[in-house]
Design a protein. Structure first.
Length: 523
């Protein structure tokens, strides 16, 4: 049975609650490696070890922390072939271009960006009132961050090397990485690289712990534990809400990315001018990675007029002939089937697809559904269930007023997109104020699939897309603030202050808010 990484050592699980093997989604067969399902003993050991690393982390110079993040990124590239091969076997995601050329470079770029933020130090938002001698900045939590990674991004959101990991480490926190059982071998490789990098850079070896899987009750104990700093979770809404309930009861912060249907509004002018183009873009966005992106457009709203009908027919033609990629596991297959049953029972009509595909592995036909605006509004909750796969629902609004009512009925979502021409300006002006509070990211004339790693990115949104609308899980340094506490100092002597809050700027280039003005100057 594969060992855990706890306290800077690879050790066997204590009193494991069971074991599991990763399943290859392309064949449905289990892998050779056996991984433990940890019990409470491992949770407590990971928490103890992580807390033991905190004194050393506090003393670690920012440059050493940044060096670790940069070294981690470079060592990932040295093992890129092993990572790509393992992730492909565990997830069936394409080696080219998805894993090797897209997701792996994104992952290393995130780590490099985190290193740059650590060196720059402006991320901590040092704020100084010289008259009252009150100073504050964001800093580490004083407890570890538990990272629950998703199954659909084995690199970029990996619990032992992805974006949440990078943000938590850059903010000065130890990490307890809870691997996704869909790709435990991939996560182990990341943890091996991280462990070696910690030792080489002189950081506490227990800065990173790895646990492969937990029983639900032990997951609840972890996220609610009084010694935990915070949790980052990416996954399904049911699992996220159960973890949130436990964390809230324990008074522990938890940052959730759950489900999102990412609505697309195609206004009449755009539908008339570029129906074929938009229909093609919709299909390619929905079938990418078999529709297993959190930003997949699962809902499309058009007017029920000649252009709207032409769009639906064009979309149906696009969805019908193409084969589907592999889903990430049997649960994804069952989830799609259950969601389609609910939608059709509530009034939706399947235009094409709607069935699992024959053959080895887990695949579902590219599926397009249609529902009237009346039925959507009547059963809005059922119609906004996420089908995590190559599925999208088109809503036909009988007129402009109903289109606006549909927008008002939307749940919180990660993204919302509007396709519009100049002829649609008046309608856009009425629609945009409704949509602005429905999503974290508002797009014009493009599909939402794909999330650029830039400081300006917002990958978040209102509930139920996330658990808190004020944060992003992508984009450094913004994503780092989830894993910080606001540290205040009142009339504290210069030599007792953190370097970022002393009169002299510690780097000469760090931005600080001094007496209401952002400046790089010394006081």
């Amino acid at each position: 049975m594969k060992s855990l990484l706890i306290g800077g050592e690879w050790r066997q699980a204590q009193n494991p609650a069971g074991a599991f093997r990763a399943i290859n989604p392309a064949t449905g067969e289990a892998g050779d490696d056996v991984y433990p399902i940890s019990s409470t003993a491992d949770v407590e050991a990971a928490l103890d070890a992580a807390h033991g690393s905190i004194p050393g982390l506090i003393k670690t110079p920012p440059e050493s922390l940044a060096d670790f993040l940069d070294l981690f990124a470079s060592k990932i590239l040295e093992r890129n072939e092993e990572l790509v091969e393992t992730a492909h076997r565990e997830t069936a995601l394409p080696e080219e271009p998805r894993l090797r050329l897209t997701e792996l470079p994104r992952t290393t770029d995130q780590l490099h960006q985190a290193a740059s933020a650590v060196r720059d130090r402006s991320w901590c938002r040092a704020t100084i009132d010289t008259r009252l001698n009150i100073r504050s900045k964001y800093g580490a939590l004083g407890g570890p961050v538990a990272v629950f990674g998703p199954n659909n991004f084995p690199f970029a959101f990996n619990s032992a090397g992805g974006g949440d990991f990078a943000a938590a480490i850059a903010a000065g926190n130890p990490v307890i990485a809870k691997a996704n059982p869909g790709h435990p071998g991939t996560t182990r490789i990341f943890a091996e690289i991280a462990h070696a990098g910690l030792i080489k850079c002189g950081l506490p070896p227990a800065t990173v712990q790895l646990i492969y899987h937990l029983r639900p009750e032990d997951g609840f104990k972890l996220v609610s534990h009084p010694r935990l700093g915070a949790t980052a979770f990416t996954g399904s809404r049911p699992a996220g809400l159960r973890l949130k309930q436990a964390a809230d009861l324990g008074g522990r912060p938890i940052y959730l990315e759950m489900s999102s249907v990412n609505p697309i509004f195609i206004l009449p002018g755009a539908a008339k001018e570029k129906t074929e183009k938009i229909a093609s873009e919709l299909f390619h966005s929905c079938e990418m990675s078999a529709g297993q992106f959190c930003t997949k457009p699962g809902l499309v709203v058009v007017l029920r007029d000649e252009s709207g009908e032409a769009f639906i027919e064009s979309a149906r033609r696009n969805f019908r002939p193409s084969p589907s990629g592999f889903l990430l596991g049997p649960n994804a297959l069952e989830g799609i089937k259950k969601t389609l049953e609910i939608m059709t029972r509530s009034g939706a009509e399947i235009l094409t697809g709607g069935i699992p595909l024959e053959g080895p592995g887990f695949r579902f036909a590219n599926t397009l559904l249609r529902v009237s605006g009346d039925a959507f509004i009547k059963k809005a909750e059922d119609m906004q269930r996420e089908a995590f796969g190559p599925v999208s629902l088109v809503v036909s609004a009988r007129d402009v007023e109903q289109l606006l009512d549909i927008a008002k009925a939307l749940d919180g979502t990660l993204t919302v997109s509007v396709y519009a021409s100049g002829a649609d300006d008046a309608l856009y002006a009425r629609l945009e104020p409704i949509l602005r509070f429905k999503a974290g990211r508002l797009l014009n004339d493009k599909m939402p699939t794909g999330v650029a790693v830039t400081p300006a990115m917002v990958h978040g949104g209102p509930f139920p897309a996330t658990g808190h609308p004020g944060f992003t899980s992508v984009g450094i340094p913004g994503s780092m603030l989830r894993f910080t506490a606001l540290h205040g100092y009142d009339n504290v002597r210069q030599d007792r202050l953190p370097p970022e809050l002393r009169d002299k700027n510690p780097t000469g280039s760090m931005w600080r808010l001094i007496d209401g003005s952002w400046t790089q100057k010394d006081i």
